[in-house]
Write a new protein. Structure first.
Lengths: 268, 317, 295
């Protein structure tokens, strides 16, 4: 298939032995009586981009939000099974979610900067974690904005409200905001679905760059995007994980018929 | 494309700083637990107000009915609290309250309704932008000012036409109370009417209806529950209104239907007695609570009724 | 095919229907203008009667039984003292309750009870609050007719307004803002303090100002509390006896039949009261417009 780019060819064979960041075992999740995730077993590997694709309502966003337990913002959610992050079960009742969310950053579907200045948006994370020193904050802001490839565009207007930026810039600002507390994993929930093609491309390039330092899990409804940027791809359907493999393999030799139907567009 | 990669030194630093801060997080954990508790206490204080009102009213009303029988209170037409042989019939007050509220609704009902129709169905955006703030202004004027207006302007004005009218009477404050309630009826009814979907308007207009027919045959029936709720709230407001009647309708406790004469409402009675020297412990002091309790129960029922109507009979569009 | 619609008849009727529509639309407009008209008459009366009495001596002078020497400084100060109690009490109780209800309370019984209570409270006549204030603050706590008793009574009266408007303001903050904050590892309270409250602040302030203007225009509860008519010393603290502008208007209006000028003094005091209300409401509008948020 054409859309497998050369980036993927740099994949090293030793990836097979990479450590797992997440290990999900027999995860079930219900919204009230709706069974949204069914027996999901899903390892996520370090310093890779893992893409999750599937039709809307398949549970891919739900799964992503379970990885930092943001899913609990919806009342009436309950779960069974385990998700181990670095060996610790994050679904355990006494687990401290704030700690998890500090280490696992999130970028949302729609850019959601705070109604504050660009500077304060970036500094928000460090500040709530107790970093108050102005000099250190200045440095963090610059490093994060550079990391999100937006420093040159905004360095002269750090004090301006973030809502004066374009949608694409806002989304990269949100990525920078996540970088500022130096997470281990970054979860991205359809981060380009609200962006124009040019901004999308920029964000995609950025993801490639970020992979060197972070493990990234991205939910996308855009199969080409998954093929372009991810190392592994998971296909979900009706709350089940149907197939999960290296991206090349998934797109070139899908093992499951349903995966093939979806990839080739035969799927409703 | 990446301008400058993150320096690895910085990486280590921020992470470790966050980790360090996490070690002494006990304060954060405490405040995280304490805040909801403090807020719950605050919310409970707010509830305590209702409980306080009800408790105060009930205990003192109970004392009142130890001295005056329920039958006398609710069926007596003679209210003579200060006489040697005091009588505590509430009917003159209920009569005054009903008459003043009826006069008020006689003004506020039709005018408020027509205002709502105009604003919702006829007015241009521009007219609406001017008229709505004026109505808000009317709603924001303190009732004491309306009382002043009723007493020093409306009554003298009416007496030019009705010479036998008394200087304190129930008509003038009733009318002014009506003016005061217009904005309330108008804005609540307008809300109900403008929330009727446009598709219903367009459907009727496309059949050749005039705006008037659309309004009366489509919009008002669809918005009916909201409009009724507005009227109920308007009545409740009129019953609870105090200063206008306290100033302009005098303190006559006669059981009469002559609207050109002075009458007292329940609220005005409370003002008169509490503002005078009702020594705590006297029967007349306790009568305050019995009257206030009646007032409270009535307005509470009206409010519950209004909410029930608005919810229960809402049209499903 | 027979047609039931006879165009002749329809056209004749149509003329009538259109004319009726036109005529009644004029009636509706007139009804709407009625309120405007009353407002104009009211303002005209107050301004013509009151303006001549407004001068520095009137604004800064003490009360007097002699109309030409009467001033309302005491009532102005009393109103300001009342505000000094109402503002902190309603903001702490009102915003606190709103935060609890909107952001902490689990959907269920308790939240329902609180919610029903608040909507019932807002319909209780102000005079009943006066009875509550008289019984609890003035008698039970033995405060008497002092600033604190009046202020607490008024605070309870306007509390539902502050709670309801704060709840609406909090609800209007988009959930994606708090999600962003929580996603960064912020705790619930950090998110509320740093993100939700600042975003809701304009709405909260607007509601608080409207409640405040209700509080300084109310009279009935203070009459019940026994706020005096003629009070010479100026209030200087929470435990001083006091009077306020609406009380002054009330007594002057009642006595207008005894001394004719009292009516004009009442008008002049109304002008001062309305001016304060306009300033407050103007501030609310400015806040609403200036801090209208972009997100």
């Amino acid at each position: 298939m054409k859309f497998v780019t050369d980036i993927k060819n740099t994949r090293q064979e030793e990836k097979q032995q990479t450590t797992k960041v997440y290990e999900t075992k027999d995860l079930n999740l219900w919204y009230g009586n709706t069974h949204a995730l069914k027996n999901v077993n899903f390892p996520i590997y370090e310093q890779e981009v893992t893409a999750i694709i599937g039709p809307s309502g398949c549970g891919k966003s739900t799964f992503l939000k379970t990885l930092n337990r943001m899913v609990e913002l919806v009342p009436s959610v309950h779960t069974s099974g385990t998700i181990e992050y670095r060996g610790e079960n994050i679904l355990a009742p006494d687990f401290m979610v704030e700690d998890l969310r500090t280490k696992v950053g999130m970028v949302f579907q729609k850019p959601n900067p705070f109604p504050k200045s660009i500077y304060d948006n970036i500094a928000y994370g460090p500040r709530i974690h107790g970093i108050k020193d102005r000099k250190i904050l200045d440095e963090i802001v610059e490093t994060s904005l550079r990391g999100a490839a937006i420093w040159n565009e905004v360095k002269d207007r750090l004090k301006e409200n973030a809502y004066g930026m374009s949608g694409g810039q806002q989304q990269r600002l949100c990525i920078a905001r996540a970088l500022a507390i130096e997470p281990d994993v970054i979860l991205m929930d359809e981060p380009t679905s609200a962006l124009d093609p040019k901004s999308t491309l920029k964000v995609e390039e950025l993801i490639q760059e970020l992979k060197k330092d972070f493990s990234i899990v991205i939910v996308t409804h855009n199969m080409q995007q998954a093929a372009r940027i991810s190392d592994r791809t998971a296909f979900m359907l009706n709350g089940e994980l149907i197939e999960y493999d290296y991206t090349d393999d998934i797109f070139q030799h899908p093992k499951d018929e349903r995966t093939e139907d979806y990839i080739t567009g035969r799927f409703g | 494309m990446i301008e400058n990669n993150k320096e690895s030194t910085s990486t280590v630093r921020v992470k470790s700083m966050i980790e360090q801060n996490r070690q002494r997080q006990s304060f954060r954990a405490v405040s995280e637990k304490a805040v909801p508790t403090v807020l719950l206490v605050i919310a409970l204080i707010s509830i305590l107000t209702t409980i306080g009102i009800v408790f105060v009213l009930i205990t003192e009303t109970f004392e009142f009915f130890n001295r005056v029988s329920l039958v006398e209170f609710f069926t007596g037409t003679v209210l003579r609290p200060l006489s040697q042989d005091p009588k505590f019939g509430i009917l003159p007050l209920i009569n005054g309250t009903i008459i003043s509220s009826a006069i008020a609704m006689f003004v506020a009902g039709p005018i408020g309704m027509m205002t709502a129709i105009y604003l919702s169905e006829y007015a241009s955006d521009k007219a609406r932008r001017v008229l709505k703030p004026v109505l808000e202004l009317l709603a924001g004027i303190p009732t004491i000012v309306y009382g002043f207006f009723a007493f020093t302007f409306v009554t003298p004005f009416l007496r030019q036409f009705i010479p036998e009218m008394s200087a304190t009477n129930i008509l003038a404050p009733g009318l002014v109370m009506g003016v005061m309630i217009i904005p309330m009826i108008a804005s609540l009814s307008e809300d109900a009417m403008s929330s009727v979907p446009n598709a219903m308007r367009e459907g009727a207009l496309a059949l050749g209806s005039t705006k008037l027919e659309v309004t009366f045959k489509v919009i008002i029936p669809a918005a009916f529950s909201g409009i009724v709720a507005a009227f109920v709230l308007g009545i409740s407001r009129a019953v609870g209104e105090t200063m206008i009647v306290a100033i302009a309708s005098g303190s006559s406790k006669n059981f009469t239907f002559d609207i050109t004469q002075s009458m007292q409402t329940m609220t005005a009675y409370v003002v008169e007695v509490a503002g005078g020297d009702a020594s705590p412990g006297s029967t007349i002091y306790y009568s305050l609570y019995a009257v206030a309790m009646t007032l409270f129960m009535f307005t509470l029922l009206m409010n519950i009724l209004a909410r029930y109507i608005a919810r229960r009979f809402r049209e499903e569009y | 095919m027979t047609t039931h619609i006879q165009s002749e008849k329809v056209r004749n009727r149509m003329k009538r229907r259109v004319a009726l529509n036109k005529g009644l639309s004029g009636v509706f407009l007139l009804a709407t203008m009625f309120g405007v008209f009353v407002l104009a008459v009211l303002f005209y009366q107050i301004l013509t009667e009151g303006m001549p009495y407004i001068n520095l001596d009137f604004l800064t002078g003490k009360l007097s039984t002699m109309p030409e020497r009467a001033g309302i400084m005491g009532a102005i100060l009393g109103t300001l003292w009342l505000m000094a109690v109402v503002i902190p009490v309603t903001i702490v109780l009102g915003v606190g309750t709103a935060i609890y209800n909107e952001l902490y309370a689990k959907e269920g019984k308790l939240q329902n009870i609180i919610q029903t209570n608040i909507s019932n409270l807002s319909g209780v006549p102000s005079i009943v609050y006066g009875i509550l204030g008289m019984t609890i603050f003035a008698s039970l706590l033995k405060l008497g007719s002092v600033v604190l008793a009046g202020g607490l009574t008024m605070s309870l009266l306007v509390l539902p307004i502050v709670i309801v408007s704060s709840q609406e303001a909090l609800r209007a903050v988009p959930s994606y803002l708090s999600e962003a904050s929580i996603g960064l590892g912020a705790t619930k309270w950090q998110t509320i303090k740093n993100i939700i409250l600042p975003a809701a602040l304009p709405g909260i302030l607007t509601g608080a100002i409207l409640a405040l203007s209700r509080a300084i225009g109310e009279t009935a509860p203070l009459v019940v509390l026994g706020i005096p008519a003629l009070l010479l010393p100026f209030p200087g603290g929470l435990f001083d006896r006091f009077t306020v502008l609406p009380m002054q208007i009330y007594y002057w209006t009642l006595d207008a039949s005894l001394v004719a000028e009292y009516q004009f003094l009442a008008s002049a005091t109304i002008i001062v009261l309305l001016a304060m209300l306009f300033i407050l409401n103007g501030t609310a509008i400015v806040i609403r417009n200036k801090f209208q948020r972009r997100y």
